[in-house]
Design a protein around this ligand. Structure first.
Ligand code: SF4
Length: 418
């Protein structure tokens, strides 16, 4: 099996990352086409493509755009480049090597929803990506591809770049909006949803870097063409950042629906010398773990992951070997979520820290069976909409399935007398 390179087709070519190179391989032809189309036609094409958001939730992109109301209020378009989940690094490839593709996707989306102002919100730690993106934005302004009267079409779109301060939670769309407004990056209660009351209380669309990058291909080739790739409900290709003890870890673009083990064995070359596959976290640290046995039947699409009670999430495939200490891994992940909790909701503020402390005790051989049971009962009280945003659920996803599926490993660390 080979990669199906659509977004990354020209990655690594000489001059890749420059406007000249991007235009030489057909860049901005979709933008030109889109500027002569009506917003509704563009939305319709994206709906036909079946493109689902690549940031984590997998919401249909065309539908999200169609929620923007017809109003005289300004409409804002935001690109979520706050890639911060442990194991996730696929957006960085697009940001640093194909920045013009993101800009083109944003201009098309702006035309679709009649927005004249957009921002790319990038995580503070991505300094190199920030500089590359800023240079690409400057280049586009100079070439008349951004700003007033783009490509002589009469359509205006101003695009700014904003670096966050490095909080994981700012990747959640309402926290991102608060942060952009200069407030604390705290998630907001929904409803109202950003499509109705987002940035500055105006209609707002937030999409991920990879989602915008797919848009020029859909407009150039048509939604139906795009929908032929992948599975009926998970169309197109997707980038995955694969990490762990593998022969060739890295970022791969594959057709959705590809078996997980093909990605691991064929593209990543299988496990590194001396390592046996133990488990895989298929979509970033917040999604439930799969045992080696479960991995054999899992495909990289939204439906198959749901059947396996997990998710594609943020596109990070974290491979764990027989040499991985899962108690330590789970403790570290719980520590991450405890650190990143914004503190607004009691189940998250208290629960994440409580779980972290109990896992610390178990890791150090001081825990009891009661502590293990307490962790499990805490997770029940943290999930299922008891909090403003899904961070509490993310912590549950990182902890409970691992304990349930690998319980003997945790029990082995308990005090012998407990
Ligand atoms: S779930 Fe956690 S991170 Fe999300 S709003 Fe509540 S306290 Fe903040």
């Amino acid at each position: 099996m080979a990669e199906l390179k659509l977004l990354t087709k020209h990655l690594g070519e000489e001059g890749c990352g420059t406007l000249k190179h991007y235009q030489s391989v057909g860049g901005f032809t979709a933008q030109k086409k889109a500027l002569s189309m009506k917003g509704a036609e563009l939305i319709d094409e994206v709906k036909k493509s079946g493109l689902r958001g690549r940031g984590g939730a997998g919401f249909p992109t065309g539908m999200k755009w169609s929620f923007i109301p017809q109003t005289d209020k300004p409409k804002y378009l935001l690109c979520n480049a706050d890639e911060g989940e442990p194991g996730t690094f696929k957006d960085r490839v697009l940001l640093e090597q194909l920045p013009h593709q993101i800009i083109e996707g944003m201009v098309i989306a702006a035309k679709a929803i009649d927005s004249h102002t957009g921002f790319i919100y990038i995580r503070g730690e991505y300094k190199k990506s920030y500089d590359i993106l800023q240079a690409a934005i400057d280049e586009c302004y100079k070439a008349g591809l951004l700003g007033k009267n783009i490509m002589g079409s009469g359509f205006d779109f101003e695009l700014g770049l904003y670096a966050g301060a490095g909080a994981y939670i700012c990747g959640e769309e309402t926290a991102l909006i608060n942060s952009l407004e200069g407030r604390r990056g705290h998630p907001r209660l929904k409803p109202p949803f950003p499509a109705v009351a987002g940035l500055y209380n105006c209609p707002t669309v937030v999409n991920n870097v990879e989602t915008f990058s797919a848009v020029p291909h859909i407009i150039n080739n048509g939604g139906e063409w795009y929908a032929k790739m992948g599975t009926p409900k998970s169309t197109g290709t997707r980038l995955f950042s694969v990490s762990g003890p593998l022969k060739k870890p890295g970022v791969y673009e594959i057709e959705l629906g590809t078996p997980l083990m093909e990605l691991i064995n064929n593209l990543c070359g299988g496990m590194a010398e001396g390592h046996e596959l133990k488990a895989i976290i298929p979509g970033g640290s917040s999604v439930p773990i799969l045992t080696a046995e479960e991995c054999k039947t899992a495909n990289m699409d939204f439906e198959s992951m749901m059947e396996h009670k997990t998710m594609l999430g943020s596109g990070a495939v974290i491979v764990l070997s027989d040499k991985t200490n899962l108690v330590e891994t789970t403790y570290r992940l719980a520590s991450f979520y405890a650190h990143e909790s914004c503190g607004q909701c009691t189940p998250c503020r208290e629960g994440t820290h409580w779980i972290k402390d109990l896992l610390h005790k178990i890791r150090d051989g001081l825990g009891s069976k009661k502590d293990l049971e307490l962790i499990l009962s805490l997770t029940v009280n943290m999930e299922g909409g008891t909090t403003i945003c899904p961070l509490a659920d993310a912590c549950v996803g990182a902890v409970r399935p691992t304990i349930e599926k690998f319980r003997p490993e945790f029990e082995k660390r308990l005090q012998p007398t407990s």
